[in-house]
Write a protein that binds this ligand. Sequence first.
Ligand code: PHE
Length: 354
Amino acid sequence: MSSIFDKNDIANKIDTVSSLAELEKLRVYYLGKKGLLTLEMKSLSSMPIQEKKEKGKKLNLIKTFFENELLKKKDSIANSIINELVKKEKVDVTLPARDYQSGKIHPISQSLYKIIDIFSSMGFAVESGPDIESDFNNFTALNIPSHHPAREMQDTFYIESSIEEEEKVLRTHTSPVQVRTMLDTKPPIRIIVPGRTYRSDSDATHTPMFHQVEGLLIDESSTMAHLKGCLVDFLKEFFEINDLQYRFRPSYFPFTEPSAEMDVAFTKDNNLIKIGEGDQWLEILGCGMVNPRVLQNCKIDSNKYQGFAFGMGIERLSMLKYGITDMRGFFDSDFKWLNHYGSNPLDISSSSGI
Ligand code: PHE
């Protein structure tokens, strides 16, 4: 029978072990709470002093020996595990590099950043309002009473309401935020309102939901000339065309008087629209001096205050800026489309316009 002091025996036992789990079992066998060496150590306490000294010394030596052998074995097992892994996990340097996809900024967001940027630099604050509007804010306060033919200009989505409730609509333009702002704040007012708008219309140049930016400036002295200057400056900067050809055409909106539409010149080359010059005109926005009736509806003294307003479609602006021909693409979430027309988020100059 082997003695527990037999170093060869211990070394042999450790030698036959081939896994960390088995090694742990062996450790417990000798040094666990009820391990052979542990029990021997415990038994020392009841021994006469001389015997205790001698046996204690022997036990310590064998314990140290066991622990050292154990550590060596542990290292060698860990090494062979790593070696196995290294053998298996070969790096194939001939493989092509992994492709990566970076996201793109949607052209609507891109235009929006730019629009906000330009108007902010002219001192306009950004306002917002809800998509579901009261009939009053969307129409009546803007001088479009019920049964007024101007309501036909916009195919409205009406929202079901009980008889006592005021009629609600999906706002057909961002102009109701003019009303909200004028009812809430005292002039001077200088705001733009980017946001979603809705009309029951769908073809290559119309989608039932689209985006507009409204502009409103109210003070004591601003005129049509300021309106023109402001819009021309904006468009030149937005399209990055210094000698942009444009014209203002008289028009009609119930909430502005006089009213105008602004056109920019363009040419069509191989079905591609080139904007800025040419002999064709493209309508780009509506504008005018705020109708005094609207000021009165919004509790602003129309003898003291005046100002201008404008509204434009962000899709239309984006289509022209980025050469997009079908408006429906904006909302298809087609990855290829986004990849093509979207802009690189890391390109600071194009993502923020700053
Ligand atoms: N609200 C008008 C539209 O949607 C645009 C507009 C805004 C015109 C402000 C004049 C002044 O067509």
